[in-house]
Design a protein around this ligand. Structure first.
Ligand SMILES: *Cc1c(COP(=O)(O)O)cnc(C)c1O
Length: 309
């Protein structure tokens, strides 16, 4: 079965991402059909479910997982129901509808929307797509590593943003199935959405009271248990950046590479400068440019003035 995601370009950046002008390998998942890497895992999961006879797709998400599901449903000829909490912006809902999704508003929080979506799945004979906590999703995200290996490019560490940890777990899967489990991984969160870093500090999974970061795609109050367990095994280093650093990095990336990404992605890009000491030993860091559709030139301007005030 042909995958629903795209084999994305790998760019060599000798620009301003690193203070010394050093090389960074950019895996351009901002160029997926849905604007983010979510196309990989969500597409894979939906294809599996379609083959097993699912009649529809239901996903709790106000963002990139919903868009990926809408595109997958369109390609597979399955109706897509996106359940969003009341906090979801009108813009996000409108965007989901342009991709053909049926949008239903339920619950005050993501957790409420997710519980409702899960309960509805049986009635609709739908596959329930969790935005980050499902091993079939991780298996799809793992294709990102397969592609870099197929392109014949080597890398000596990986830098990725972390929300609920689905992308991180997929990358770890991908490293494993390519015999690269020794490659160090750096997970980047913004302060205020740092549920993984806090869990590591406290040595147990932490549930944040609230998400206070503007990087909404990183806003999982609690990470997948598997992500916490994986980090405990010692191959993942957890780092944070501020909202301002993440948004500034998105602006800088737009100038350097002419691609607009969410602050959720800016976080990973910022880390090369913010934590330059950590990355000094690495000649070929692979940065996952995870992308995100929840950004526009106007939104970037607004975020810039918000974080700089
Ligand atoms: C979902 C998402 C993330 C976080 O991925 P997780 O699997 O939740 O860790 C980061 N950036 C973007 C743009 C996303 O859509």
């Amino acid at each position: 079965m042909k995958p629903l995601h795209t084999h994305t370009p790998l760019l060599m950046s000798h620009g301003t991402l690193r203070p010394d002008g050093g090389l960074a390998l950019l895996k351009m998942d901002a160029l997926q059909p849905s604007g983010s890497f979510k196309m990989r895992g969500v597409g894979h999961l939906c294809q599996l479910a379609a083959a097993e006879g699912a009649a529809a797709i239901i996903v709790p998400s106000g963002g990139n997982a919903g868009i990926a599901a809408a595109i997958a449903g369109g390609k597979l000829g399955m109706p897509v129901y996106v359940v969003v909490p009341t906090s979801t912006s009108d813009e996000a809902k409108a965007l989901l509808k342009t991709y053909g999704a049926d949008v239903e508003v339920r619950g005050a929080s993501f957790d409420d929307a997710a519980a409702y979506a899960k309960a509805r799945a049986d009635d609709l004979k739908a596959v329930f797509v969790h935005p980050f906590d499902d091993e079939r999703l991780w298996a799809g995200h793992a294709s990102l590593i397969d592609e870099v290996v197929a392109d014949g490019e080597s890398f000596d560490c990986i830098i990725t943003s972390v929300g609920g940890g689905g992308l991180l777990l997929g990358l770890l899967d991908g490293l494993k199935r390519n015999g690269l489990e020794d490659v160090p991984v750096f997970s980047i969160e913004t302060v205020g959405a740092d549920s993984l870093s806090q869990s590591v500090d406290e040595d147990h999974p932490v549930t944040l009271d609230a998400i206070t970061s503007v990087a909404s795609s990183l806003g999982a109050r609690r990470v997948a248990d598997a992500a916490f367990e994986a980090v405990k095994q010692g191959r993942v280093t957890c780092l944070t950046v501020t909202d301002r650093q993440a948004v500034d990095a998105s602006a800088k990336f737009l100038d350097d590479h002419r691609v607009l990404v969410e602050p959720a992605c800016g976080a990973a890009l910022a880390s090369l400068n913010v934590h330059a000491d950590q990355f000094a030993p690495y000649q070929r860091p692979l940065v996952v440019v995870c992308g995100g559709a929840g950004i526009s030139s106007a939104r970037l301007e607004a975020l810039l003035s918000q974080v700089r005030s």
